[in-house]
Write a protein that binds this ligand. Structure first.
Ligand SMILES: [Zn+2]
Length: 283
């Protein structure tokens, strides 16, 4: 830590709110104390000239300019104050599952050497009313960042570590939840794809069955379905190939018109054509 607060105290001891400049290896650090509102053009010119000589410019208002509202959680800011708010590492807070960011303003009370800082300044009623997290410390207790010259009230650095750790945890949780959700969606998509594939299979099978019913007769050649020839029909209706012995003429033949399966005797067609009867045989 620099002994900057000491030089501040010396400045106060001199009873003049002196602006302060410190040269460091990481660039100049400038502190500018503001006692009254500054016209916008003047403020911009001042900011420009401070930028030229320093890497880090810090604005400190005198405490009499501070206009906190009744509940102290809100503060009314002038155009000058709004123009000179700055966002610091201490202007982050976890609210619910989100990281909220605001800005800071510093006020110094020359009489008591107390530094009042309003962190997390966020506009709640345009344009003047801002919500804030007020914090006040004796200037001698205020730490100053070596590289940037940023003020840190007692406990703020520890709180910052907690916020950072909490935010990392939250991010990890969100990441895990997002991964889980992605996995769930992937599984759901796979299930849906499988369902559609099954449906397509079923549809294809159904179609194939339909095709078989409708198309197959057409696809078979007509010749295969031609009417059987009459001879084939007759052949199919030939009584049998059974051979019998004719009771009339005695020949053994399959050309009979009557056959007795139990005796193997028949009456042949020759005898039928010749009008031969059993009595002829007897003659
Ligand atoms: Zn016969």
């Amino acid at each position: 830590m620099l002994d900057l607060s000491e030089s501040f105290l010396i400045a106060y001891a001199l009873q003049s709110i002196l602006d302060c400049f410190v040269d460091t290896p990481s660039g100049g650090i400038a502190y500018w104390v503001i006692e009254r509102g500054i016209k916008r053009e003047d403020r911009l010119a001042l900011e420009e000239s401070l930028k030229e000589i320093s890497a880090h410019a810090h604005w400190i208002f005198v405490a009499t300019m501070r206009k906190p509202q009744d509940d102290l959680k809100e503060i009314s800011l002038t155009t000058t104050e709004r123009g000179l708010m700055s966002q610091t590492v201490f202007d982050s807070e976890i609210e619910g599952t989100e990281l909220v960011r605001g800005k800071s303003l510093h006020y110094i009370d020359p009489g008591t050497a107390i530094l009042h800082t309003h962190r997390l300044l966020i506009s709640v009623h345009e344009p003047q009313i801002f919500s804030s997290k007020p914090i006040s410390s004796s200037l001698s207790d205020v730490l100053i960042a070596r590289k940037t010259g940023e003020f840190a009230h007692p406990g703020e650095r520890e709180h910052l570590l907690k916020v950072k750790a909490g935010w990392e945890q939250l991010k990890a949780k969100k990441r895990m939840a997002a991964e889980k959700e992605a996995e769930r969606q992937k599984i759901a998509q796979q299930a849906e794809a499988e369902r559609l594939a099954r449906l397509a299979d079923q549809r294809a099978e159904l179609q194939a069955n339909l095709d078989a019913m409708v198309v197959m007769p057409r696809s078979v050649s007509k010749s295969s379905f031609r009417q059987p020839r009459s001879s084939q029909i007759l052949a199919a209706y030939q009584p049998s190939e059974k051979i019998g012995t004719c009771l009339i003429c005695g020949q053994v033949t399959s050309d009979w018109y009557m056959f007795d399966g139990s005796t193997g005797n028949c009456k042949c067609n020759d005898c039928l054509k010749s009008d031969r009867t059993a009595s002829d045989k007897a003659r």
